[in-house]
Design a protein around this ligand. Structure first.
Ligand code: SAH
Ligand code: SF4
Ligand code: F3S
Length: 476
């Protein structure tokens, strides 16, 4: 898959990574229930994972899921507030959904997730077709709220919680290909990066019971899954204690417990915060073959003054130290990716150059790249001036994207001529004669199908590459 480049975004992700950022509609459950739920997810993997929890809660209330909006009695949009554009996308979508609602006036429309939390009941006034507004910690209240709408009232619950982790809810795997699944290990974020709306939309950080995570991984293995991705905004600050306090589990220890569930279960995780990633985590990764050698380590900027304004609580030297630790402990082949923000408040041309030089130093396999979008209520919106002109932001972003294309290609070229162990996720986008999967470093590998199928581990000799994909042939 070649990357689609636009000035806001570079897309050289696997279908699953793309799914974690783009809309995806519900898979069908079709068990003959009387009513149907259609749910679309936007934003990060946490939202996609939450939609699986929501579907499970609504299933118990008599709702099958459908992928046909026309069939739905209940339509949920699980929304994202991270950038202005993300919210605009949802508002535009509501305009389209209005068309379906006109044809079927009894259709209920709910806004879930981060926009619901940020805008609260004002969403009901701004978007007349919306019946329910439900924040990310209030999903257990959905049956009750839907009953309210059934009896003719609008319904809002945006209470945040310090405890809710939905640990006991068995997600309906809407976003899964049957090979790879998400497991949320924590919720919320306590970091207060100055540009970021997440602490306001997701509340305080809390870690989920380690043993409920292990049980979920075991259940997935029993169902034939081959890969899990442990999700949190900052997985390295995972910390759980048993009720009597006798046992505590940090992220390295959790990773080990999940790796031990089954030797052929691949374990991935996201996102690592540079301030918290420890050598202990890196050594645990090294110790277990089934923990993938790939780290998403968002830098945001390569300049220490800008990082301080962003309240990232590390500087360039610290970040480089963490990258060096990854290279020393896990070797040059460990995949590293980043998120970058172009044109943050008061960023100068020289400071922007520091981001480009950091990218040269690290040689990221890929990055998610954005220009700064001021979010109401954040520290930056309150204290800093959004003073880099849009044209400058866009030009800097284009330079960052171009740099990433070069490094992605260079990193992929290193993989040519080697054999990679690939977990097959399905057919390639272009042909059912070819399969697509990912190697340990999270890169997409395409090869001729032969007798292989979804869920197989296949050794693939890579003979060619593009910016976003490796091409090869099975050698088993
Ligand atoms: N918890 C993750 C990031 C989650 S948000 C971390 O700390 O790395 C995903 C990415 O969106 C961020 O890494 C950042 O690059 C981008 N982002 C967040 N707020 C933004 C804003 N106001 N403008 C532009 N990009 C933003
Ligand atoms: Fe946002 Fe920072 Fe928390 Fe990531 S760590 S979610 S960027 S506040
Ligand atoms: Fe968006 Fe909320 Fe995730 S703001 S990025 S959906 S935590």
């Amino acid at each position: 898959m070649d990357p689609i480049v636009d000035l806001d975004f570079i897309d050289n992700r696997t279908p699953e990574q793309a799914a974690a950022c783009d809309t995806k509609v519900t898979e069908e459950t079709n068990t003959g229930k009387s009513r149907k739920l259609y749910i679309e997810s936007y934003g990060c993997a946490m939202n996609f994972s939450d939609s699986e929890i929501v579907s499970s809660i609504m299933f118990d209330q008599g709702f099958d899921t459908t992928s046909e909006i026309e069939q739905a009695d209940l339509v949920f949009l699980n929304t994202c507030s991270i950038r202005e554009k993300a919210e605009q996308t949802v508002r535009n979508r509501l305009g389209q959904i209005n068309y379906y609602k006109k044809k079927k006036p009894e259709m209920m429309i709910g806004i879930l997730g981060c926009m619901a939390e940020r805008l609260k009941k004002s969403l009901l006034e701004e978007e007349k077709i919306v019946d329910l507004v439900v924040g990310p910690d209030a999903y257990r209240d959905l049956p009750n709220l839907v009953n309210n709408v059934d009896s003719g009232q609008k319904a809002v619950n945006v209470l945040l919680s310090r405890e809710e982790t939905y640990a006991d809810i068995n997600p309906i795997r809407l976003n899964s290909n049957g090979v790879s699944a998400f497991i949320s290990i924590m919720r919320g974020c306590d970091n207060m990066c100055s540009f970021c709306v997440v602490p306001f939309t997701r509340g305080r950080e809390r870690s989920r019971d380690a043993y409920s995570i292990v049980r979920e991984a075991e259940a997935l293995v029993a169902q034939g899954y081959k890969e899990v991705t442990l999700l949190g905004q900052n997985v390295d600050s995972y910390k759980w204690a048993s009720e009597d306090g006798a046992e505590t589990v940090n992220f390295a220890q959790l990773l080990e417990k999940v790796a031990l569930v089954a030797p052929n279960l691949r374990v991935r995780f996201s996102t690592s915060h540079p301030k918290d990633i420890t050598d202990e985590v890196l050594h645990t990764m090294k110790k277990y073959d089934n923990i993938c050698k790939y780290i998403h380590l968002p830098a945001q900027s390569g300049n220490s003054r800008v990082l301080e304004l962003m309240n990232r609580t590390y500087d360039r030297a610290w970040y480089i130290n963490r990258v060096d630790a990854i290279r020393n402990i896990l070797g040059e082949d460990c995949g590293i990716s980043s998120d970058m923000i172009a044109g943050f408040c008061s960023e100068t041309e020289e400071e922007h150059q520091d981001t480009l030089s950091l990218m040269d130093y690290v040689q990221y396999d890929y990055s998610y790249m954005f220009f700064y979008s001021e979010r109401p209520g954040t520290l930056a919106a309150r204290k800093l001036e959004d003073d880099v002109p849009l044209e400058v932001k866009k030009r800097r972003l284009a330079e960052i994207i171009e740099k990433q294309r070069e490094t992605s290609l260079a990193r992929n070229q290193r993989d040519v001529g080697k054999v990679h162990k690939v977990l097959v996720e399905g057919f390639s986008k272009k042909s059912e004669e070819q399969l697509s999967g990912r190697n340990d470093q999270n890169k997409v590998v395409i090869f001729d199908k032969k007798h292989y199928k979804k869920g197989d581990y296949v050794n693939v000799f890579v003979h060619d590459c593009s910016v976003g994909t490796l091409f090869g042939e099975a050698v088993d």
